[in-house]
Design a protein around this ligand. Structure first.
Ligand code: ATP
Length: 479
């Protein structure tokens, strides 16, 4: 698969240099697979989140949004199957009795190898993990003679599962009843929707088909975690569960598949950068599942999953809680446990997708004066800052006019004022954070009330009336 490691690294550096995404706790050397969003990253993420939220709730009469807690009753995760099935492989050394995460063990060994061999070992490991081939992976560890750091031996147990859920204790912990207080940090937001199905259906007088949407943090103690915000241990999901009459799942699955693909295209992504990937191996409860994949610099990878989940989740919660989770359908005069179509997308992955699509390094100089610019071509609706306003000089009343324009606009969208350095340098700084419009106020503005607008992508400049700026930006944000 064609990948572009240089572009991947360039995006990571750019995100750090320009205040989009920083490693968490960086002054302490970071925390693996955890990231913080900086001033522009937080705006970008908020814009993506809001756009998703609006397109689900505001744009669909029959979808409402909720905000459930991260902590849930521990039985929720038994009912959902996460306690038993949500796990990653571990291995123990029989001599030292030390336990390792298999990926850590192999990565530690790979780090001692030359670059090319290291990559091959990591690729082989990822392949075994993907195939769930633990016997093969153990044989690989033995074949490479990967030894325990404590005993120095290759005397390993079989590989066993390790649960990906983070757990913590609730309230004061008494040593004697340890375990009773155990709660999990949710590994997905979906269960908060299922347990509230009846609350929302009854209080909102919702009629099937209807959906419940939610955005929120999820936590997974991921085993392979070296892919920037693509795979994090703390991340955000945007999920929607669509409750339907049993037997109609095929038609709704097809509907949501198309609807979600349309949404991705509306982010300005090139159609050839998106593809469907049908799941070859279905989870036991699913009767259809597809991923929407994006062509990241690290290859085509999942951004969103669309799953036809049957009545598995509600039935399980009915069983474990002892409460009826049914719907009376007046049209067919029947009670049933609704079926569910789920759309589940990672907000961080989505931001990384938008960043990957937007990032461009361009040669913009001449033969005599070579020059490059880095530009983030965000769609205006997602750009952190929509409009930058520059007075040409710091005197003659130009800053006042510029600041007045900002005061006019900032109630409607995020603006940026800058008077330092040449106009060219100011353009470059805005290009690097993806601001679609820069406006310069000069002496002609005083004479005829016009300003220069410079368009980010084409770098074209035009003069327009000062009074037309706000509307131009608002119009571009609607696309
Ligand atoms: P993957 O196969 O990549 O681990 P998944 O199939 O486990 O993903 P789901 O459980 O279907 O993912 O979660 C839905 C969405 O949540 C994914 O499509 C992805 O966008 C996002 N997501 C899942 N795990 C992570 C993670 N560790 N970091 C960032 N986003 C994630």
């Amino acid at each position: 698969m064609a990948t572009d490691q240089n572009k991947f690294q360039a995006i990571i550096s750019h995100c750090k240099e320009y205040g989009f995404i920083f490693p968490s706790s960086e002054i302490y050397d970071g925390l693996s697979a955890v990231y913080d969003y900086g001033q522009y990253g937080a705006e970008l993420k908020k814009n993506v989140r809001d756009y998703w939220w609006r397109s689900m709730t505001q744009m669909h009469d029959n979808i409402v949004g909720i905000d459930a807690a991260i902590f849930m009753h521990p039985t929720v995760w038994k009912a959902s199957g996460h306690v038993d099935n949500f796990s990653d492989p571990m291995i123990d050394n029989k001599d030292s009795k030390k336990r390792y995460r298999v990926d850590h063990l192999i990565e530690g060994y790979a780090d001692t190898l030359p670059e090319a061999e290291k990559d091959a070992v990591i690729a082989a490991m990822e392949n075994y993990l993907k195939e769930n081939d633990y016997a093969g992976l153990k044989a690989f560890i033995e074949e490479k003679k990967i030894a325990c750091a404590v005993s120095g031996t290759v005397n390993w147990t079989d590989i066993r599962q390790f649960n990906l859920m983070f757990s913590t204790e609730f309230g004061a912990v008494a040593a004697e009843n340890e375990g009773d207080n155990k709660v999990y940090l949710r590994p997905e937001t979906a269960q908060g929707i299922f347990v509230n199905f009846l609350n929302v259906q009854k209080t909102g007088r919702m009629k099937i088909p209807f959906g419940i949407a939610q955005v929120g943090k999820a936590f997974r103690n991921e085993i392979v975690a070296r892919q920037f915000v693509f795979r994090m241990r703390e991340f955000e999901q945007m999920e929607m569960q669509f409750f339907i009459r049993p037997g109609t799942q095929q038609e709704w699955y097809a509907y949501w598949k198309e609807e979600r693909m349309k949404w991705h295209k509306s982010l300005g992504l090139k159609p050839e950068h998106l593809q469907f990937h049908d799941h070859a191996k279905l989870a036991h409860y699913a009767d259809a599942a597809v991923d929407i994949e994006y062509n990241f610099p690290i290859g085509f990878k999942e951004v969103e999953g669309i799953h036809s989940r049957t009545d598995f989740d509600l039935s399980q919660h009915q069983k474990f809680s002892g409460k009826k989770l049914q719907y009376f359908d007046p049209e067919i005069n029947q009670n049933y446990v609704p079926y569910v179509i789920e759309t589940s997308i990672g907000l961080d992955r989505c931001c990384f997708m938008v960043l990957s699509e937007a990032y461009e390094e361009q040669e913009v100089g001449t033969a005599e004066k070579p020059d490059t610019r880095v530009v983030l071509k965000f769609p205006p609706k997602l750009a952190p800052i929509k409009l930058a306003v520059f007075p040409l000089t710091k005197k003659d009343g130009l800053p006042e006019i510029a600041k007045h324009l900002i005061a006019e606009c900032k109630k409607n969208f995020y603006c940026y004022y800058e008077e330092k350095d040449s106009i060219g340098k100011r353009y470059r700084r805005q290009d690097a954070i993806g601001t679609p419009f820069c406006v310069t106020v000069d002496h002609q503005t005083i004479e005829d009330g016009t300003v220069t607008v410079r368009h980010r992508d084409s770098m074209e400049q035009e003069r327009i009336p000062l009074t037309a700026v706000k509307e131009m930006v608002m119009k571009a944000m609607m696309d």
